[in-house]
Every structure is written in C-alpha cells, then in structure tokens.
Design a binder for this molecule. Structure first.
Ligand code: AMP
Ligand code: TRP
Length: 333
C-alpha cells in the first residue's frame, strides 16, 4: 500500500469549504492508502498566536476531524512527534536559501501582517515554514500528498529537497512525493461569492461545519445571488456556488431539476436556497451528533490521539535514525 500524508493547521473553525475541499477526501483515501493525517501545530506558531488558544484549537481540530470520520489511528499531532522539528533542521541545511525566498506564501503572509501593522513582527519560522512541511511529508516516505492548488509550490520544494538529499548523499533514501490534486470543488463565500470561502474574511464569509441549524439556514437564505457584475446570459457566481453546494452534498437529482428550471428561466432562488440549506443541514446534523458523542468522553479521544501519535512516532524515530546515520550525526544511545 502506498503512503499518503496531509496536514491541516489548527486555526479557528472548520468550514464547509475545508470539508468539501480536503477533509472529505482524507476520509475517502483511508481505505486505499496507508494514511498519515497531521494537525500541524508547529506550523501555527509561524504567525502571531496565543499559547492557550493554540492548545485549544489543536484539540478542537482533532475532535472535528474525528467527527468527520478520520480514523484516530491515522491522526496525530505534529508536535507530539518532535522528530518533525529535528528533520526540518537537517532539511534546512539541504535547501538553497534562494529557493525558499521564492515561496509566494511567505510574501502573501508577510503582506497580510504588514497591512495590519507596518512594523509587524515577521518570524524566521514563517520563512522556513515550507521546509517543516517537507519534513512532515518526507518523514513518512509519502508517495502522495493531497493538497489544494495553493500548496503546489510547497510540494515542488519538498520534491527538490528530497532529490537534493538523495543526490548529496548518493542514496535513494527519500521517496519523491507527488501532489494529489483531486477534483474537489472550490467553495465561495456566501456573503461575497467573488471570494473563496475563508475564515480570515470574517464570520459571515464561511459556513461552520458544526454550525447551528438556524444559523446555517440564515446564511444560505441571505447568500448573495446577484453580484451585479454578471454578463447577460451567464450564471452569476453566487448562483453557481449554490448549485456547486448541492452537487457537493450529493443532491444530484434536486440539482438537475433546479438546473432545468434555471435554464427554462423559471427558477426561484428561494427554492434553490431551501434545497441547499436542507442538503447542508442533512450533512451537518449527523456530524454535530457525532461531535457531541465524542465530547461526552473527551478524555478517551485525547488518550487515543496521544496513543496514535506515540505509535506514529516510532516510524518517525526510525526515519531519524537513518537520516542521522546518512547525514553524519552520531547515533543516539
Ligand atoms: P485553510 O483553512 O485555508 O488552511 O485550508 C485547509 C484545507 O481546506 C486546504 O486543503 C484547502 O485547500 C481547503 N480549503 C480551504 N478553503 C476552501 C474552499 N473555500 N473551498 C475548497 N477547499 C478549501
Ligand atoms: N501548508 C499546509 C496548508 O497550509 C498545511 C501542511 C503542513 C501540510 N504540513 C503539510 C499539507 C504536509 C500537506 C502536507 O494547508
């Protein structure tokens, strides 16, 4: 069985864009691959953060992913496997500085910080973020890495680092990872369908995957359908997004009927919105129930993740033993 690794940062809520774009795919991959799914708390230290909040967010993400159907045996917390930081150091010494300066995410996030405050603190950790990501991936000899297109450049860097390590030490040690860009939908903000659904835009721009039914219905009811800039004869992005949500929820029959109405010019947006709201509530309610069950025995879930992280750590320790040997470090006692 081939290995799959992916990671998600523990920042704030999980929204339906994350679910349809990533988490649902993880759940599916579990039956076909040897999967490693990582809550990357070390990565979340690269932007200004609050320690209490980080710990809370890390546990929340563990609970949410588990409620979505990620098998706890495949799920671990990055910092519970501190070898990730050690491997990142070794890889830092294998990557040319210039290549890291070309990473656009660093520029984007730095701009984001400077927009808020021109003297904002920008850490070296943010700069070397993609090397830590390479460590996550190479640690488990991942063949495939399911990610969004925004991570393409980081994946390319991970491949380059693996190749450089292998050629520098004359050994085909690291697996060269391939991205797995699956055909997942890009969900747009209901409040501004010209932008991607995202936490960073603010609360009205995303639909919480574990949101209250009333709020989900309200958000869909007030979703923007006419953005005023749609050329005549074309479907507006807001309406297209609602159809996309129906498709994502597997409500294909309703999707097709309503699409016929749209083409015939008889579609009532209120009917489309009701269908989307029903479909989302049908998805979200069972997830909320599952989460409530997990929350009823928090200690059990936490113990499970400590256990799986310790188990996965054994693989990481094996990698580090080999890497230390190849790279000229002394063996640990
Ligand atoms: P982020 O919250 O941006 O760190 O994203 C976490 C994961 O969710 C990544 O794999 C993204 O590709 C995916 N994702 C985030 N926002 C969306 C969206 N609006 N539509 C589809 N996938 C998304
Ligand atoms: N950088 C990824 C993101 O922002 C998260 C991540 C960290 C990751 N390590 C990873 C993704 C390893 C895939 C593999 O979405």
């Amino acid at each position: 069985m081939k290995n799959v690794l992916s990671g998600i940062q523990p920042t704030g809520d999980l929204h339906i864009g994350n679910y349809f774009g990533a988490v649902q795919n993880w759940v599916r991959l579990q039956s076909e691959y040897n999967c490693f799914f990582c809550v990357v708390d070390y990565h979340s230290m690269t932007m200004p953060y609050n320690p209490e909040k980080l710990r809370e967010n890390t546990w929340n993400m563990v609970f949410w992913l588990t409620a979505c159907g990620v098998n706890p045996e495949h799920l671990f917390v990055q910092s519970l496997v501190p070898e990730h930081a050690e491997l990142a150091w070794v890889l830092n010494c294998m990557v040319p500085y210039g290549e890291v300066t070309r990473m656009t995410q660093f520029k984007d996030k730095t701009d984001q910080l400077h927009e808020k405050d021109k003297d904002a603190f920008v850490s070296l950790g943010l700069f070397t973020y993609p090397v830590l990501q390479a460590a996550d991936i190479l640690m488990y000899h991942a063949h495939y890495v399911p990610v969004g297109k925004d991570q393409e450049q980081h994946l390319e860097l991970s491949r380059n680092i693996a190749q450089r390590f292998n050629s520098q030490f004359g050994k085909e040690y690291f697996q060269i990872p391939e991205p797995l860009f699956t055909d997942t939908p890009k969900i747009l903000s209901p409040a501004d369908p010209n932008r991607k659904m995202s936490k960073s835009l603010g609360e009205k721009h995303y639909i919480n995957l574990f949101g209250e039914e009333d709020r989900v219905r309200k958000q869909i009811k007030s979703a923007v359908t006419d953005t005023g800039d749609t050329p005549a004869g074309e479907m507006s992005t807001g309406v297209a997004n609602l159809f996309e949500l129906l498709r994502a929820c597997n409500s294909m029959e309703l999707h097709d009927t309503l699409m016929d109405d749209y083409k015939a010019g008889t579609l009532k947006y209120s009917a489309l919105k009701e269908a989307v709201a029903d479909a989302l509530v049908g998805l979200i309610n069972p997830l909320r129930e599952r989460l409530a069950e997990l929350n009823a025995d928090k200690r059990k879930v936490k113990a499970q993740i400590q256990e799986s992280s310790a188990e996965i750590r054994k693989t990481a320790q094996q990698t580090l033993r080999e890497v230390r040997e190849i790279a000229g470090l002394l063996p640990l006692k």
